[in-house]
Each structure stands twice: as structure tokens, then as C-alpha cells.
Design a protein. Structure first.
Length: 178
């Protein structure tokens, strides 16, 4: 009986994770698509990235998580969702500012909007496919998350989603200043 409940609970989590990731990436893509091609590489205000740099930041970050999800894994010896709520709390607190690690800081250059949209769509598809097809209870071992160590697929999916969700607000702010 408890096995059935676990399977049913897992299926609900998968559906919710899929829906949230789909809605988040669709919203980011929509916001970015709405910005005029001639404005995506303009710095909207001092200290800001351009809209294209922000999109590239999502490419670097979420793209890495899609690779992490598809990479090597091991069995998890803890609650696979132990850090999910903490990730949500951290990334959805818009009053807290973060400094991006160097490996996901976008290069200071002009980007092609259509190339970014195509890449972001591919990442969205890769993430949704991972959510649907992979065991989210496994721990990813391709790389350790700075400050957190190895994380589970459930945590990686949450990270990619809430991190992107956070940047939708930043993209809206950039767009409003262009």
C-alpha cells in the first residue's frame, strides 16, 4: 500500500514539475521574443546586463542543468527533495541580489536574438524531456553545485526552473527600460 502511495505522489510531483518548468520557460521565451531585435543588445541602465546577455545567462545555466540531468547518477541516500524548498525560497526572494559564478556570466558582446531563442527552446525541450523520462530521485554526479555538493535530479529541475523564473522579473525590468 505505501509503495502505491509513493508512486502516485511521485507522478503528481512529476506533473507539477513539468507544468512549472514549461510555464516558466514559455514565459521567459515570450518576454525575450517581445523585445525588438534592435534592442536586445542595448544596456538598459547602468549596472544591467542586456536582454541578450540575460538570455545567454539562462542558456549557460539551464543548459548546464540539462547536461547534469542527463549525466551520470548514483542512488540517493537522503530525501531526494531535501533542498527543493530552500532553492525556491532563495531564488524567489527578489529582494536578495546574487553575484553569478564566472562560468555562467555571459560574454560582453552582441548576441543574435534568433540563435538565443532557438537554443533556449532546445534547453526547454531537454528539461521537459528529462522531467518526463528520468528518475528524479537519483543524485547527479557530473559536477557538484558550488556550496551544495551533488544534488538530485529533483533539485536540479527545481534549480533550473526557479532560477529562470527569477530572471523573468529581471527581463521584464530590462524590457521596461528599453
Amino acid at each position: 500500500m505505501s509503495i502505491t502511495l509513493i508512486i502516485q505522489h511521485k507522478a503528481m510531483d512529476i506533473q507539477n514539475a513539468y507544468n512549472e518548468a514549461d510555464e516558466t520557460f514559455t514565459a521567459f521565451l515570450g518576454e525575450f521574443s517581445a523585445i525588438d531585435e534592435g534592442k536586445v543588445n542595448i544596456v538598459p541602465f547602468t549596472g544591467s546586463w542586456t536582454a541578450a546577455q540575460l538570455a545567454q545567462h539562462i542558456v549557460l545555466s539551464a543548459g548546464s542543468f540539462v547536461q547534469l540531468l542527463s549525466g551520470p547518477v548514483k542512488d540517493t541516500d537522503r530525501d531526494p527533495e531535501a533542498n527543493v524548498q530552500q532553492l525556491r525560497t532563495i531564488f524567489l526572494d527578489l529582494n536578495t541580489k546574487f553575484k553569478s559564478p564566472d562560468f555562467i556570466v555571459p560574454e560582453d558582446k552582441d548576441y543574435d536574438k534568433q540563435d538565443l531563442l532557438k537554443t533556449l527552446n532546445g534547453i526547454r525541450g531537454g528539461l521537459l524531456n528529462a522531467i518526463e523520462s528520468l528518475d528524479t530521485t537519483k543524485t547527479c554526479t557530473l559536477f557538484e553545485l558550488p556550496g551544495s555538493g551533488y544534488i538530485t535530479r529533483a533539485e536540479a529541475i527545481t534549480f533550473a526552473t526557479v532560477h529562470t523564473k527569477r530572471h523573468i522579473y529581471q527581463l521584464k525590468n530590462i524590457s521596461a527600460h528599453l
